[in-house]
Design a protein around this ligand. Structure first.
Ligand SMILES: NC(=O)c1ccc[n+]([C@@H]2O[C@H](COP(=O)([O-])OP(=O)(O)OC[C@H]3O[C@@H](n4cnc5c(N)ncnc54)[C@H](OP(=O)(O)O)[C@@H]3O)[C@@H](O)[C@H]2O)c1
Length: 286
């Protein structure tokens, strides 16, 4: 089986591509830079140069020819969230990029379409468990992040699953090598990390190796037209940061009630465990 991977050079791609090869799949990596892909990814990959924002469905379809599955894991999260037009490329990848890829996948008669999405698009639910049937956050407060995700998911949901077997994986915040967790550990070492508010909000986290495994499970087991939260057991934010501090032997961070309380995301991955037959196995704290 041949899998086309859009965004193979990122944090998730670098975990997923070797895992797919190890499982015996052929992987066609569609990367913005073939040179970067060759330098960072296993040699056994087929590498095709493709910028999802500089192509169209007619040009892309031949690149997907012969693939059984296409997985869109590309993203362009800005370094500086407040810079002018900071979110533009990311928004386009989630809207124009997805539209192009869906059209190209249908033209190329790809059977299965996997879309990486985010659990951070849910509204704050306090201590309540969040399941996939709950609506995403359509309020303007976090609209720059959530609106493109809502549009993206709607485009996919509007695709009849008998024309393309789609599955959306809503990933929790990644931890593990090369993720934002490294910056949090560094801030803890420097004594610069605080626990915002009272630390009682829930964080949903997933080790990058576990979300890569969820993609493999989705390729093998996802029902057509399905959506799954992919997360480990949620933790209270304060408990997570305390555990991280303990793991490197530095003082636990102070609670700072002057910092606004972040949204609380206590996401359930029960559906993925049951239907994808997937389990997270990597610890959240190194
Ligand atoms: N990081 C998290 O905590 C987190 C949590 C939940 C879900 N997610 C989602 O998981 C997915 C993967 O995240 P990640 O952390 O692995 O992202 P990442 O490390 O930032 O990698 C992004 C990938 O997208 C590629 N890309 C960017 N613009 C592109 C374009 N115009 N055309 C084609 N490819 C393009 C990048 O290529 P270059 O190497 O050329 O830049 C790179 O391969 C994303 O959908 C993200 O929204 C992430």
């Amino acid at each position: 089986m041949r899998i086309a991977l859009i965004g193979p050079t990122g944090v998730l791609g670098r975990a997923l591509a070797p895992l797919l090869l190890q499982k015996g799949y052929t992987v066609r990596a569609l990367a913005r830079s073939a040179a970067k892909a060759r330098a960072t990814l296993p040699q056994a990959l087929e590498i095709v140069e493709c910028d999802l924002l500089a192509t169209n469905a007619d040009a892309l379809a031949p690149l997907l020819q012969g693939c059984d599955v296409v997985a869109h894991i590309a993203t362009a999260i800005p370094r500086d969230f407040t810079a002018p037009n900071a979110w533009e490329a990311n928004t386009r990848l989630r809207t124009d990029g997805v539209r192009t890829l869906l059209d190209a996948a249908r033209q190329a008669k790809v059977g299965r379409y996997l879309q990486q999405s985010i659990t951070m698009a849910y509204p704050d639910h306090g201590d309540e468990w969040i399941t996939e049937d709950m609506p995403l956050d359509a309020t303007p407060r976090r609209g720059q992040v959530t609106n493109p995700v809502i549009t993206m998911e709607q485009m996919i949901r509007d695709t009849p699953p008998d024309t393309l077997q789609w599955c959306i994986l809503r990933g929790a915040n990644f931890v593990g090598p090369d993720t934002a967790q490294a910056q949090t550990l560094e801030a803890l070492r420097q004594g610069n990390q605080v626990v915002p508010c009272d630390g009682r909000n829930f964080v949903s986290l997933i080790h990058v190796a576990d979300i890569a495994a969820a993609f493999v499970a989705a390729i093998e087991n996802a029902p057509a037209g399905s959506i799954f939260n992919i997360t480990a057991e949620p933790l209270r934010h304060g408990e997570y940061l305390d555990a991280l501090a303990d793991s490197i032997g530095v003082p636990r961070p102070k609670r700072d009630e002057s910092v606004p309380c972040p949204p609380s995301w206590r996401c359930s991955a029960q559906a993925a465990k049951t239907k994808l037959r997937w389990q997270p196995t990597h610890p959240l704290v190194p």
